[in-house]
Ligand binder design. Structure first.
Ligand SMILES: C[S@@+](CC[C@H](N)C(=O)[O-])C[C@H]1O[C@@H](n2cnc3c(N)ncnc32)[C@H](O)[C@@H]1O
Length: 293
């Protein structure tokens, strides 16, 4: 397919997607229709290359809540998303023993929304932020250069070698773990996050925890310099960048990893607006698991 045909096809697909998104609730479209349409061979994406392209492509808007969700998200959608997910986290933590000035690990920080949230709302004494994208990490280091108690680390939370040498009262991962699409790497990420939890610490995960385990988001190249290029690139192999796991899968995997689910907070939805994306699952450590400290 030549470039012109590929870009026409991409525009047509975007138009069909827009029409379907008026007719169907966003979740139904994303979780059931899109996966059926993507029938070509699938393989996992390269998260570091993809997210680094993403943050380079967003340019000076890179560190904004809106751009973190998608380049096409409106101000209203972005505000609704972050407000409602904040409220879900607040409800999940209400009545739990959270220290006055918790030490927080924020995984996959993006534009830093959750760094600010834990500092401002929970009075976090220290926040360690981790992201896989070198461009994002550079941007975050500039943003938080003069903010005491914020440390930014470039790392992949799904690697066996992930080790920060500290433990945390809250480990927060919003909109991140479903981007670890390989199941073995996702399990390793859970093992790593458990390892960084203080004894009574809470693991706060933002994601989708429904009835199905399925690949739900796709793209065609990890290397792009702008979003038109990302949209118009056509490849024989589809790259998977998001995999949701059912609540049953979460429960059984968490148990094997030495974690237990203590709450699941569903975030309010409304048909008039496509966001929010994240429900909130809270987990705690159980007794030691084999080989883990
Ligand atoms: C959808 S964004 C969410 C950003 C932020 N948590 C928020 O809710 O605004 C996902 C972020 O996770 C980072 N990320 C993806 N995979 C990662 C991994 N394996 N380790 C660390 N960070 C990762 C990406 O670079 C990106 O900044």
């Amino acid at each position: 397919m030549d470039d012109l045909a590929a870009s026409r096809l991409a525009r047509l697909k975007a138009r069909i997607h827009r029409v379907l998104s008026i007719l169907l609730p966003g979740r139904v479209l994303d979780h059931y229709v899109v996966p059926v349409v993507k029938r070509r061979a699938h393989r996992p994406y390269d998260a570091k290359r993809f997210f680094d392209s993403y943050y380079r492509a967003t340019g000076s808007a890179g560190l904004s809540d809106r751009a973190t969700i998608s380049p096409y998200t409106s101000r209203l959608e972005s505000t609704f998303h972050y407000n409602s997910v904040e409220n879900s986290i607040i409800l999940s933590l209400a009545g739990r023993a959270v220290p006055d000035a918790p030490r927080v690990l924020d995984v996959g920080s993006g534009a830093g929304h959750w760094i600010d949230f834990y500092r401002e709302v929970l009075g976090a004494s220290a926040v360690t932020s981790v992201d896989i994208s070198p461009t994002d990490v550079r941007n975050l280091r500039t943003r938080y250069k003069s903010v005491k108690g914020v440390k930014v680390v470039e790392a992949d939370v799904s690697q066996d070698s992930f080790e920060l040498g500290a433990d945390f009262d809250i480990v927060n991962a919003i909109g991140v773990l479903f981007h670890i699409v390989d199941d073995a790497r996702w399990e390793q990420a859970l093992r790593n996050l458990r390892h960084h939890l203080a004894d009574d610490g809470l693991l706060v995960v933002g994601g989708q925890f429904g009835h199905i385990t399925q690949n739900v988001q796709f793209h065609e190249t990890d290397d792009f310099s702008d979003f038109d290029e990302l949209r118009s690139t056509h490849s024989p192999v589809v790259l998977v960048n998001k995999r949701i796991r059912s609540i049953r899968r979460w429960r059984s995997t968490a148990e094997r990893m030495g974690l237990r689910i203590v709450s699941l907070q569903r975030t309010k939805h409304d048909r008039r607006i496509r966001t929010p994306e994240n429900n909130i699952l809270v987990l705690q450590r159980t007794a030691r698991v084999g080989g883990d400290a």
